[in-house]
Design a protein around this ligand. Structure first.
Ligand SMILES: [Zn+2]
Length: 304
């Protein structure tokens, strides 16, 4: 998840874009990524991406935005393009900005995710929702935690219409239940929050080492188009940039641990280096939290 957009910005942008086709009355954009593949980026409130694929037999929705109201906007965008039913909804991971719109799609009876996503939403979904309520998102009180009802452990395939989607779990990363969606015939990978494009990632419940491994795995898939969890549509280099950021974070934090630096000292040394190197990325304020997560991970590994 990522910061809440300012109302002023939204109002200004809504004035600028209201007459464009396929846009909400805010800064959100529906982008035709490929034939039949659309991604809504820069959505209102929290900017998590949602993708939908229109097949000959129905629609697949990937991630459902942070509130039912936002999810209904997704549905409205789909209905501008097709009357075919929503057949499958997929959650790339449990974070609320990717799952709290699930209830809008539950009539299809097929909300799919890794098994850890269901567990997490059942065990701590309410606590996670309480966190989201502090962001003041319009319509957040309407959220009913709706866990996925079809789960998998390592890999599953979905065949619908002319497309095959591979759902791949490579282990922990951004969370403990990240799904990589690979469409080989389109050379496209939908990464969820394993990839933030030109944005500092959110790492509050991440596993940095495993995340780097997952990105190396995604790199090996034949892909030309990369649809990230946050930020604009990318390409192969987008995966590599995310991997390099995490590797930089790891190396810098490990160097401080070697010198027996405390968390605070590590943050004071590493934060300015990363801020300078990634000055063109958004959400630089997350860097401090990223350092904390990495410091905790690698200091606990050194003890074992
Ligand atoms: Zn996330």
């Amino acid at each position: 998840m990522i910061k809440v957009g300012s109302l002023t910005t939204v109002l200004i942008l809504s004035f600028l874009v209201f007459s464009l086709p396929l846009t909400f009355a805010d800064k959100a954009k529906t982008i035709k990524v490929l034939k039949n593949v659309y991604t809504i980026t820069s959505g209102d409130g929290i900017d998590s991406n949602t993708t939908f694929i229109i097949t000959k037999e129905g629609v697949i929705v990937i991630d459902t935005r942070p509130t039912p109201a936002e999810a209904r906007k997704v549905l409205a965008e789909i209905r501008k393009l097709t009357a075919l039913p929503i057949v499958y909804t997929i959650n790339t991971h449990y974070h609320g900005d990717h799952t709290f719109g699930n209830q809008v799609f539950k009539n299809s009876k097929t909300i799919i995710a890794h098994k850890n996503v269901r567990n997490k939403l059942i065990e701590s979904g309410q606590k996670h929702l309480s966190l989201f309520k502090t962001f003041g998102l319009p319509g957040i009180d309407e959220v009913e935690i709706t866990p996925p009802n079809i789960i998998y452990e390592k890999e599953m395939e979905i065949w619908l219409g002319e497309y095959r989607l591979q759902l791949l779990y490579h282990g922990k990363g951004h969370t403990d239940g990240d799904t990589i969606i690979y469409i080989d015939q389109l050379r496209t990978v939908i990464t969820g929050d394993l990839v933030f494009n030109k944005k500092i990632p959110y790492t509050a419940d991440a596993y940095i080492d495993d995340w780097i491994d997952s990105l190396k795995y995604i790199e090996l898939l034949k892909n030309e188009t990369v649809i990230p969890g946050h930020g604009p549509i990318g390409e192969r280099t987008t995966i590599i940039s995310m991997k390099h950021y995490l590797m930089n974070l790891k190396e810098l934090v490990l160097a401080q641990l070697k010198d027996k630096k405390t968390l605070k000292e590590t943050q004071e040394i590493v934060e300015p280096i990363l801020r300078k190197k990634y000055k063109d990325w958004e959400d630089l304020d997350w860097i401090k939290d990223n350092i904390e997560r990495a410091w905790l991970e690698y200091s606990s590994k050194q003890k074992t």
